[in-house]
Design a protein around this ligand. Sequence first.
Ligand SMILES: [Zn+2]
Length: 236
Amino acid sequence: MEELKSLADLLDLQRVDLEIDRLIDRRGSLPELAEYRATHEELETLRRRLAELEDEAKTTARELDRVGGELELTEQKAATEENRLYAGGLSARDVEYLRREVEMLRGRISQMEDRVLELMEAKERLDAEAEELRGRIAELDEAKARLEETIGAEWRKIDAELAVKEERKSQIVPLVDEDLLALYEELRRRREGAVVGTLDHGVCGVCHLQLSAAEVAEVVRQNPPRCIHCTAILVP
Ligand SMILES: [Zn+2]
């Protein structure tokens, strides 16, 4: 009778243990966790891309400054040469030389203006893309924070349930015979799911296979009874 009592308590213990397993499994497999990881990875990628864009924008801005400065100097130089032309009093050869010089400078100015325009457009594109990315990053940061909150709340709920189950477990464990408990723990280490089942009309409650009347008679003589098919501890 004492032994049966212990076996029934072992079934209770298994029920609690399986609930604990289920809670721990749920804790680690919340759908929000996968979403959180994916969001985190996307954010990393976007931040790297943003850093690249910002770098490119900086380089473009520096190039724009450089070409802009050069353009200004060339314009000043062209204006000076033109003024000399307008002032007159030059030999025909000097006039021709200055005229060509101004023409060359104007050509370079035109090229530099094209380049400035190109750089300004590139800078604008880079800035716009960076701005869009910053917006997307801010959205994802918010989504990530929301997920963190949800996960935290779910975990607190699960942990509270776990605490209740652990408390229940600590009440049952002292009721179970020590050797039986050791065997149970050993079986649980070796495989997942149930390791204790009822023996109901010769059917094992774990593997659901039928035992013959002779096998049942043999099994219940053992201490503790074990299923001949799956070696689960059986509660007659
Ligand atoms: Zn079995």
